[in-house]
Design a protein around this ligand. Structure first.
Ligand code: S3P
Length: 177
């Protein structure tokens, strides 16, 4: 098995709360925060929606993989985009960084949260609800297989999710170490 680093890596579908929970975790732990969407946006000098519109999804994915690979192995909070789990090399990179935590929630909750921001290019279709359901169906097994631990965020506030993550990671380390 790959040696694991000391980062906490958040994965999950759009609307899982990865960015907000990541910020809460960084505040609480004092660890630096890396966010792959933000890194991609900085590298390409464009917001994510414009990257998809002007350069296409493949260009976004290539830059996302590079951005993830460039995150230093150190204690940190790492927030990822919902599609990061699709490439096996990304999963291997996340495993090297640390413990992978899947932020899960029921589908309606995820959809309602995801639609609060109009910044999700993959949902700009004629039927966002159907697109959402199909993407989630395809992605669910990828999150499950990549994750070391899952937290159901459906009924939790961000600070409660952060607490659940800190506890889950400590528990895992007790069992492993
Ligand atoms: C994507 C999710 C987005 C962003 C991009 C692609 C996806 O991040 O990386 O729009 O494929 O699910 P969030 O999960 O933060 O919305």
């Amino acid at each position: 098995m790959t040696a694991r680093g000391e980062a906490i890596v958040l994965i999950g579908f759009m609307g899982a709360g990865k960015s907000s929970v990541g910020r809460a975790l960084a505040r609480r732990t004092g660890l630096p925060l890396f966010d792959t969407d933000q890194l991609v946006s900085e590298r390409l000098g464009l917001p994510i929606t414009d990257i998809f519109a002007q350069r296409g999804e493949e260009a976004f994915r290539a830059c996302e993989t590079e951005a993830l690979a460039g995150i230093p192995a150190q204690p940190a909070i790492v927030v990822t985009g919902g599609g990061i789990v699709l490439r096996p090399e990304n999963v291997a990179a996340m495993q090297r960084l640390g413990t992978i935590v899947h932020l899960a929630a029921d589908e309606e909750t995820l959809f309602e949260r995801a639609m609060r921001r109009a910044t999700r290019p993959l949902l700009k279709t004629s039927d966002p609800r159907a697109t959402f359901a199909e993407l989630l169906r395809v992605r669910a097994p990828f999150y499950a297989s990549a994750a070391d631990v899952a937290v159901d965020t459906t009924r939790l506030r961000h600070d409660q999710v952060a607490t659940a993550i800190v506890e889950a990671v400590a528990n895992l380390q007790r069992h492993v170490g």
